[in-house]
Unconditional design. Structure first.
Length: 263
């Protein structure tokens, strides 16, 4: 028997583990992989060609809806959304007849969603599902991302930064971000009163921040120019930037052209 290839996409490890455990009880299902963010999910979908994807909607930087928008129509598998969104977003899922699970969900609700997904795969009725998905994506493109999360394609794309830290989503006004510090597989976002440790790359953060306001001065440092007090000399004829709270941050050798921006 050819089992149905299934992919799990959720940025929370306990959620991925729970889904894998539930899917493991079904002999018709083969879990071919897991992803903790939209970028990795896109890679695995293109590489593994899963037939069903359990997709978390509420992921930082790239929501599940935004991820689907990047997939060509012919590459979209059967989708079961996993969401903690409010009634506004759930009404949109209902309206377009797209299956979803609301966290926390019961084993029986999960089983019902899985049965429907398997039926559509085995009956070859994905065309109607694709129509529903396209209608849902169009809905969110017109109305903005659910719960006010900023879409990467929206006109106000740089208004806020949505990140996940300490198990919660944080909606940050970019003007409140003083600087961003790379720490291995994480970044630390420095706000006035606190810092948030977020699992994402510096390149991804740089893409999300307003280029008119933020400048990368080092491979591990992005600063908000509104908080810069002055350019200061540092060791070995190098320079740095001093923020208005006295924080001194070096300008990396590959980023010295940033000084031209201040002249």
């Amino acid at each position: 028997m050819n089992r149905i290839k299934t992919l799990i996409v959720d940025d929370e490890k306990p959620a991925r583990r729970a889904l894998r455990g539930l899917l493991g009880k079904d002999r018709e299902i083969e879990v071919v992989g897991e992803a903790m963010d939209g970028e990795r999910a896109l890679e695995l979908i293109r590489e593994l060609h899963p037939q069903i994807v359990f997709l978390d909607v509420q992921m930082p930087m790239m929501t599940g809806v935004e991820m689907l928008m990047q997939l060509p129509v012919g590459d979209r598998p059967e989708i079961v959304f996993v969401t903690a969104y409010d009634h506004y977003a759930l009404n949109a899922f209902d309206l377009h007849a797209v299956d979803y699970l609301v966290k926390p969900f019961s084993d029986s609700r999960f089983a019902a969603a899985l049965v429907r997904a398997k039926k559509r795969v085995t009956s070859g009725s994905l065309a109607s599902t694709e129509q529903a998905l396209r209608a849902l994506l169009a809905h969110f493109q017109q109305a903005g991302a659910p719960n006010g999360a900023t879409s990467a394609s929206a006109p106000n794309e740089h208004a806020r930064l949505v990140v996940k830290a300490d198990g919660q989503l944080h909606f940050l006004n970019q003007r409140d971000i003083r600087w961003v510090e790379g720490q291995g597989d994480f970044v630390k976002i420095h706000l006035k009163e606190r810092g948030l440790l977020v699992r994402m790359t510096m390149n991804r953060v740089e893409e999300a921040l307003d280029p008119a306001q933020f400048v990368r001065i080092h491979k591990s440092t992005i600063i908000n120019m509104a908080n810069v007090r002055r350019v200061i000399p540092m060791l070995a004829r190098s320079h740095g930037m001093e923020l208005d709270d006295g924080t001194a941050l070096p300008i990396g050798p590959s980023y010295r052209a940033v000084l031209d921006r201040l002249r």
